[in-house]
Design a protein. Structure first.
Length: 471
């Protein structure tokens, strides 16, 4: 059993009232994380039938049940769930369940995510549909193709002549953006296609070539842009992406983008694609567009996935947010940071996990580096430890009075921090408690780690959050 899976689920699960060590699972096992609620009985029966089929076929397949709501005792005795594993009971169990729901962005009941036991990696985000389409498991374990395999299995469409097109410089991504559900590339709920008239609406598609992906050199970095013309935020973001794309290439970095359309007509696809300086999956190739959407678990548009094209590993699935904050692409390709500057987009994280926030005072860059020097070793130590993901704290730096975000400002006011001194807050929103101390009391990372351990073990005199809280 791999360390990634142990860090994901813990070292033990329970089934039929008996604790089971994860290390007892053979490494070739496929683990299905089954997210469901009380309305999922039919799906539970289908999954139970599939489990029996896999046992009879000598396939290694196990199901871990993750309740979407606080579980009732009856869940574990439901006939269709009798062979399922469950997270160990107690307060920590619900913390882990809620973490898994957030990690995989599960918004719908009867979601099945298939995990490879050996690596802890996702095999398929769309497990329930694969099981329903193939109840005998002929194609089990339903491992989706890599994006390179998907791209190589067909042609790309690339504009041949861009001389007739110009793109106005976009300096800000719309803050009024909406996320739209994506049942599939050609089936989008809740939005009607725009009938906008104007220069962009009247533009006809440029002369194009169809080329095989094998003719495209591997890049250092590749971006997958998921969008559609009918989506106003997509049109706004497309201009910003073109600007960033040009900035990155001016820096001499080997970066390419592939457009994956969710348009519902070829005319709209051509209209939206015409100003783009990168290739696209042809509109007619719905199968590959859908495959890429599932491969990257894209649930809303616009979306930009940045990958390392040499290792095929995702660098960030938050490319759109990164561009919104970095149009000059100074931090491209936006590798994840163990210690981040606190911004509005971090609100969901603060609400759902233990967070350490170092609030700065003044404009001295040295102070930021000092705070980072204290937090970075702790964050690195915890990420590389055996600590389960659900219990790893997140680390942030709240910037000074001239640069701070609205979120940083509201937290300062809520915690009643002294504007003249840097402060550190250990915030545990899931349990509505926090602890503050002056940064001067934490001269190094060892002292900070000691405070975190004491806070976890309720050995510090923390403050209770009453009511809605600051976020």
């Amino acid at each position: 059993m791999s360390q990634p899976l142990r860090k994901l689920l813990g070292s033990q699960l329970v089934r039929n009232g008996r604790k089971v060590l994860l290390e007892e699972l053979p490494p070739q096992t496929t683990v299905a994380l089954y997210f469901a609620d009380g309305s999922s009985e039919n799906w539970s029966n289908a999954l139970e039938n599939f489990h029996q089929e896999m046992v009879q076929a000598n396939h290694f397949f196990q199901v871990v049940f993750i309740p979407l709501e606080k579980p009732a005792a009856s869940n574990k005795t439901h006939p269709a769930l009798r062979e399922c594993f469950f997270i160990l009971e107690g307060e920590a169990a619900r913390t882990k369940e809620e973490f898994l729901i957030r990690k995989y962005e599960v918004h719908h009941s009867s979601t099945v995510i298939l995990i490879d036991c050996a690596s802890g990696c996702v095999i398929n985000f769309n497990g329930i549909h694969k099981i329903l389409d193939d109840p005998k498991g002929i194609d089990f374990p339903f491992k989706h193709r890599s994006y390179t395999q998907i791209l190589s299995s067909g042609l790309l469409i690339t504009p041949n002549d861009k001389s007739n097109y110009s793109t106005s410089k976009t300096t800000e991504v719309s803050s009024d953006s909406h996320n739209f559900g994506l049942p599939g590339p050609t089936s989008v709920v809740g939005v009607t296609e725009s009938t906008t008239t104007g220069s962009s609406a009247n533009t006809t598609a440029a002369t194009t070539n169809l080329i095989p992906y094998s003719d495209q050199n591997k890049n250092d970095f590749k971006g997958f842009f998921f969008g559609a013309y009918w989506c106003p935020p997509c049109r706004t973001f497309s201009g910003s992406l073109i600007e960033v794309y040009n900035n990155v290439r001016k820096q001499g970095k080997n970066f390419q983008v592939v457009f994956v359309s969710s348009d519902r007509s070829k005319e709209s696809f051509e209209r939206f694609f015409s100003p783009m300086p990168w290739p696209a999956i042809p509109y007619e190739d719905e199968k590959r567009r859908q495959e890429l959407t599932e491969c990257f678990n894209v649930k809303a548009i616009p979306s930009l996935i940045i990958v390392d094209d040499q290792t095929e590993k995702i660098i960030t699935a938050e490319g759109r947010l990164e561009i919104n904050e970095d149009l000059e692409a100074l931090d491209f390709p936006w590798y994840p940071k163990l210690v981040e500057e606190l911004k509005e987009r971090h609100s969901p994280i603060l609400n759902s996990t233990l967070s350490i926030i170092y609030f700065l005072v003044g404009e001295d860059d040295n102070e930021f580096e000092h705070a980072e020097g204290i937090l970075q070793p702790i964050a690195s130590q915890m990420v590389n430890s055996d600590m389960e993901e659900a219990f790893q704290p997140k680390f942030f730096i709240g910037t000074d009075i001239f640069k701070r975000s609205e979120l940083s400002e509201s937290l300062r006011l809520f915690f009643d921090l002294d504007e003249n001194f840097s402060s550190i807050v250990i915030l545990d929103m899931p349990h509505l408690r926090y602890f503050t101390l002056a940064a001067s009391e934490v001269p190094n990372d060892h002292e900070m780690l000691s405070y975190i351990h004491k806070f976890r073990n309720s050995q510090l005199q923390y403050s209770q959050i009453i009511g809605q809280g600051p976020i």
